[in-house]
Design a protein around this ligand. Structure first.
Ligand SMILES: C[S@@+](CC[C@H](N)C(=O)[O-])C[C@H]1O[C@@H](n2cnc3c(N)ncnc32)[C@H](O)[C@@H]1O
Length: 451
């Protein structure tokens, strides 16, 4: 929910001067849907409640086609431009497209076709206002990418990020959280569901991702389309927490970002960087990864620890613990496929945390069955079976097959109470167990409604 007060706190990433709301298109209410924001060097568009702080003019001018369309009152054209021309995936080989092309070059089945399909598909969100989420993904992020996004709760990168994310519950009400490289908003949704008292600013450089996030996951967050490699538009010490999942290794300008984070975070902020690719391991779509010691070098200014992702995942599945007191030894880190970096200047922080898993479920939370399960229900019992939409996704997620139960039986009445957000005290122990095993998950009900 983009508000005038929030915009006034920001500055231009490039010239550093303050931002001022120049024009609001549509009704003037507390939140802004479309408009134009001005700084010393540029005019930035707001489209569908997303402030786009990315310049797309030529090298020697400040003409921005999106802003010109907004000036003419043509929101549809501005949106079309933002989705078709400016979004990283739309404008050329983004990370997913590069991954598909690389996979195709290695002869992976389907990849070539998917890569060609990705280039050819229209990215036309506005024409899909009432389209169900799964279909929308298939249109905007077709093939394996759609499956990966729909089943984020079946992927080890996401599951291993949940315990670190739960640390945000240590923040005081009102402390802001910044999410970098938020994608389509799964983590952001979880943060808002669990910690509604923490204002969230969700950012990514891909307008399409942010549009999906806003429509399906986080309509109430402040959404900014920005390049995390550029200076950040926030004031000094304005965030109590930073979260960046599966994103830092895609950025070239790592040291500069950490310097910026040092500037914009509070002294005792939490720095959570789950799923960093390890340059010492093979990765299908590596980005620009570093080795563990090189990540340490980037984050040298903030006390931090690095963990092998697979240990975090197994600890959380087995007994719900996050062992901050036991950073992985260098030999484990060297061999780890992926890493998680957690940083903070807080004292008394590096201890075992067994209190986090219960934060995933409360009596009022509307938990859903993980969409990776197919469901067969009768009046008394609901049977769940792990059902992969494709062998390729199953292969990518094979680590979680060690943990997610292959089949499971639940009390149908319990599921009904869950859907209604009306749990009994006596349900909580069962629910906590199912949540820790990611059989029940925090997802938006309308987005994931099953037929
Ligand atoms: C692998 S996805 C992860 C998304 C999300 N964090 C998740 O785990 O579901 C990487 C994300 O990084 C974003 N990204 C890549 N480079 C970026 C940059 N320079 N600035 C901001 N976002 C960037 C991409 O658009 C994409 O959404």
């Amino acid at each position: 929910m983009l508000t005038p007060a929030f915009i006034e706190e920001l500055h231009c990433p490039y010239c550093g001067s303050g931002l001022a709301l120049e024009r609001v298109i549509g009704p003037r209410s507390g939140q802004i849907e479309h408009g134009i924001v001005r700084c010393g060097c540029y005019r930035y568009p707001i489209i569908d409640g997303i402030l786009i702080l990315r310049q797309q003019s030529g090298p020697a001018d400040t003409h921005d086609a999106r802003v010109e369309h907004l000036m003419a009152g043509n929101v549809g054209q501005a949106r079309h431009r933002a989705m078709h021309v400016d979004a990283p995936l739309a404008s050329g080989p983004g990370w997913w497209h590069r991954m598909l092309s690389r996979a195709a070059a290695h002869g992976l089945p389907m990849a070539g076709a998917l890569a060609r399909r990705q280039s050819a598909r229209p990215q036309n969100l506005e024409a899909h206002a009432d389209v169900p989420f799964a279909e929308l993904l298939e249109t905007l992020r077709p093939g394996l990418y759609a499956q990966y996004l729909y089943h984020r709760y079946a992927n080890n990168s996401f599951l291993a990020s949940v315990a670190p994310l739960l640390l945000l519950g240590d923040l005081a009400p009102g402390q802001r959280v910044l999410e970098l490289t938020c994608g389509i908003g799964h983590s952001a949704f979880l943060m808002q569901a669990l910690f509604p008292h923490l204002p969230l600013v969700a950012t990514d450089h891909d307008f399409v991702n942010l549009s999906i996030a806003r429509r399906h996951f986080i309509p109430n967050a402040q959404l900014l389309c920005l390049d995390a490699e550029a200076p950040l538009p926030f004031a000094e010490h304005s965030f109590g927490g930073v979260f960046c999942l599966d994103g830092f290794h895609y950025l070239r300008s790592k040291v500069a970002l950490v310097r910026e984070l040092n500037r914009i975070t509070e002294a005792e902020a939490l720095w959570l960087f789950p799923h960093l690719h390890n340059a010492r391991a093979e990765n299908f779509n590596p980005g620009i990864p570093l080795e563990p010691d090189q990540y340490r070098h980037c984050f040298a200014d903030v006390p931090h620890r690095i963990f092998a992702e697979s240990s975090l995942l197994s600890d959380f599945f087995v007994d719900g613990a996050l062992r901050l007191d036991r950073p992985s030894p260098a030999s484990d880190l060297a061999q780890a496929q992926n890493l998680t970096l957690i940083g903070t200047r807080r004292h008394d922080f590096w201890r075992e945390r067994a209190d986090l898993a219960p934060r995933l479920a409360s009596r009022s939370q509307r938990l859903l069955v993980n969409p990776i399960y197919s469901i067969q229900a009768d009046e008394a019992v609901t049977r769940l079976t792990l059902s992969w939409p494709s062998p390729r996704l199953q292969d990518e997620c094979r680590e979680v097959e060690r943990y997610l139960p292959k089949t499971c039986e639940l009390d149908t009445a319990l599921l009904q109470r869950l859907r209604a957000g009306d749990l009994l005290d006596s349900d909580l122990a069962t629910v906590h167990e199912l949540v820790r095993k990611f059989v029940l998950v925090n997802l938006p009900l309308p987005t994931y409604t099953r037929p």
